[in-house]
Design a protein around this ligand. Sequence first.
Ligand code: C2E
Ligand code: CA
Ligand code: CA
Ligand code: CA
Length: 276
Amino acid sequence: QVSRMPQHPMDGDQDVASPFGLPDITEQALLEAIEQDQFTMVYQPKIACRDNSVVGFEALVRWQHPEGGLIRPDHFIPLAESLDMIDPLTDVVIEQSLGWVATMQYLPSLSLAINLSAKTLVNHEFADRLAARCLEKSVKPGRITLEMTETAAMEDSVMALELLTRLRMKGFHVAIDDFGTGYSSMVQLARLPFSELKVDKSFVMTAASSEEARTIIHSTVELGHSLGLDVVAEGVEDGNALAFLKTIGCDYAQGYYIARPMPTHHVTGWLNARQA
Ligand code: C2E
Ligand code: CA
Ligand code: CA
Ligand code: CA
C-alpha cells in the first residue's frame, strides 16, 4: 500500500474518488464503515433566484474510506442498493442530517433536502420512522424535503404514490430529482404529490452554451409552474446560467457557481461571508 498525503476529508469537496483506484466494496465493508462512522455529510446551499437569498441546503453523503480516500456516492450508493444495505445507510444519512438541522434551530427558515433511494419505495415504515426521528430532534417536518429521482418514481408509480402521500401527510415536502433524464408520463407525474421539481444538471450546466438546453429548461420551468410546483435548477456553474434562470422565472438554484457542497464547520462562515 502506498501512503497518502493527509488532508482534511471534505475541504473543497473536490471531485476525487481515489487517486489509487477504488477499493472493493462488499456488504462487510459497508457494515464496517457504518459501525466505524466513516460516512459523513456535506451540504450544498440552495438560493432563491429572485433575490439570491439562501433558502436551504441539500445533504450529500461522502465515504471517508481508510484506504480509498474520499469516495463519492455514485460509487457506493448503487452497490449499497444491490447489497440490500441502503436502509441502514439512509438511517445514517438521516441521523446526521437531522442532527445538523437541530443545531440550526436559530435559522428556522432554512430547509434541508435529503436524497432517497428507489429502494426506499418498498420500505413501508419509512415515513413513520422519519416523522419519529424529527419529533425526537424537534425538527419540524415542514423543513425537510425528500428528493426522489424521476426514474425511481416512474419505475413503480403505485409505490411512489403511496410513499409520497404518507410523507406529505406527515408534513414533509417531496421533490422530483434529475427531471428530464427519465421518461415521465405527464399523467403519472401530475398524479404524484410532488411539491418541487429539480431540472437535471445536464441541461443547466450547458445552459450558457446551448440554445437547446435553454429551451428545455424554459419549458420545464413552465411545466413545473403549471403543475403548481416550485422549480429548482441544479448544476449552475456560471453567472450566465444564473442570469438566464432569473429571466425565465426559475424559483431556486444550486451549483458550484453559488457554492460547492461543504462540511458543517464551513456553513456558518459561508453564510456570514454572503451577508457581508
Ligand atoms: P444528485 O441528488 O443529483 O446531487 C447533485 C450532484 O451534483 C451532487 O453530486 C453534487 O455534488 C453535484 N453538483 C452540485 N452542483 C454541481 C455543479 O454545479 N456542477 C456539477 N458538475 N455537479 C454539481 P454527489 O454529491 O457526488 O452525488 C451524486 C448523487 O449521489 C446524487 O445526485 C444523489 O443521487 C446520490 N446521493 C448523494 N447523497 C445521497 C444520499 O445521502 N442518499 C442517497 N440515496 N443518494 C445520495
Ligand atoms: Ca438530489
Ligand atoms: Ca439531481
Ligand atoms: Ca443524479
